[in-house]
Design a binder for this molecule. Structure first.
Ligand code: SF4
Length: 427
């Protein structure tokens, strides 16, 4: 694959720091060829593989399943993870011998016109911390992985719709994306201010039709509405009302979905697991009493604890959040084939709701620790927890999830939630 066909998120650095987080969080599906190859590697207890655990387990519970994933140790770690937190397949046979899904992480590849964009998963702590080599230095490795993942001849995809029934060609679609990136690239503004401007002009995009406004006319229109956003978004955040009571319920349910941990170790199958999740969802819907513990990082704390002030957002955390949005925007990781085939405007709303959801989860982490101030570490951990799902969990593309996003938008609650949980005003 030619280098020109791959678009890298140049604002992001990454190298693997072998924390083994991904080997504990993900279920790795293997192809029949990968399964056969690993079986031929002849793994035994002498290599440190637990003798009482299978190397592979069926991906679903039906006995005739032909799809398999890697097995796990009793603590939920990958069956091939050693005591030092390293991969045994990698150590013994080299990186190319691993299943492709392990080699790809934390990259994700998405179609963009005649190119492929590269996104990164912020569930990896090294991505959140921007630690490691620049993406340009990683380009050769990314090209090798892309070649293994993508077909030789790239399929031509249409540009994602702007909104239902409103489809433009790639050049015009990308004008919106580039403007979003410019909005988030503005220096000297907090992530919240950039979000409020972007929501303002994307609201106008959602109201307009573009059949007769394309090419240079579209560029002019975008000039006008983005300039208007700079002038019209109130500088006094006190002008934003608190989120509506009606909107808080779908928002809390959204947070609950982001805060779940769906790993082999944490998942409970069958009626017991479903019953526990249903009870947790009911408590989140009510938003009274204490939070159910969705995973080990959280403690049961009063819901109202998340509505008190945890101090201003640390500057470093704000940089992480802006970088997150720019990586997802540049790589189109919020709409079209990269995000459940949703149109641009709806996908953008969904992406922006990560901001208040992450800040709610960060408050929960701080409150779980009996702290009155949040730290960069709280925001980093909350982002890693939330991005584990964003664009990857099938639940997020489901009808009920998408309905919640549309309800919050209809109620005008998205900017209010961003302001309320930003730490820029005391509530
Ligand atoms: S989570 Fe990231 S840093 Fe940790 S092992 Fe996986 S890829 Fe490496």
């Amino acid at each position: 694959m030619a280098q020109s066909q791959i678009q890298l998120p140049t604002i992001q650095n990454w190298s693997c720091h072998s924390c083994s987080g991904c080997c504990r969080q993900h279920e790795i599906e293997v192809t029949p060829e990968e399964k056969a190859r690993i079986e031929q590697q002849n793994w035994t207890a002498a290599d440190g593989i637990p003798a009482d655990r299978p190397l592979f387990v069926p991906l679903n519970s039906v006995p005739w399943s032909k799809q398999f994933r890697l097995g796990h140790q009793s603590d939920g770690a990958c069956i091939f993870l050693d005591e030092q937190g390293l991969c045994r397949i990698h150590a013994k046979f080299g990186e190319p011998a691993k299943p492709l899904a392990c080699r790809v992480y934390p990259y994700a590849f998405h179609p963009r016109d005649k190119k492929v964009t590269v996104s990164l998963r912020f569930s990896c702590p090294s991505v959140v911390a921007n630690k490691g080599k620049s993406m340009v230095s990683n380009a050769a490795e990314i090209r090798t992985i892309a070649k293994a993942v993508l077909p030789e001849k790239l399929q031509a995809y249409s540009a994602p719709a702007i909104k239902p029934g409103e489809q433009l060609g790639w050049p015009d679609f990308l004008k919106f994306v580039d403007r979003l990136d410019e909005t988030f690239a503005q220096p000297g503004l907090s992530t919240l201010r950039k979000i409020l401007q972007a929501l303002f002009w994307m609201h106008l995009v959602g109201e307009a039709t573009f059949v007769k406004v394309q090419g240079d006319r579209l560029r002019e229109l975008l000039d006008i509405i983005t300039t208007t956003a700079v002038q019209e978004v109130p500088t006094d955040l006190g002008e934003f009302d608190p989120p509506s009571r009606t909107g808080m319920m779908p928002f809390r349910l959204l947070v609950a979905q982001y805060a779940r941990k769906d790993t082999t170790a944490s998942s409970e199958s069958g009626w017991r697991g479903r019953w526990r999740m249903l009870r947790a969802a009911t408590r989140f819907a009510k938003g009274r009493g204490t939070t159910p513990v969705l995973q080990g990082e959280f403690r049961e704390v009063p819901f109202e604890a998340m509505d008190r002030s945890f101090g201003p957002l640390p500057e470093e955390a704000d940089e992480i959040l802006t970088r997150y949005f720019r990586v997802k925007i540049q790589s189109l990781h919020f709409c079209g084939p990269a995000y459940y085939d949703v149109p641009l405007v709806e996908g953008f709303h969904s992406l922006i709701l990560v901001y208040p959801a992450v800040l709610w989860i960060a408050r929960w982490l701080a409150a779980s620790d009996d702290r009155e101030n949040w730290t960069v570490n709280d925001i980093s951990r909350a982002l890693a927890i939330a991005d584990h799902h964003h664009g990857f969990s099938p639940l997020f593309g489901s009808g009920p999830f998408r309905r919640r996003i549309r309800i919050l938008n209809r109620l005008g609650d998205i900017p209010k939630l961003c302001v309320a949980y930003s730490g820029e005003i005391t509530s």
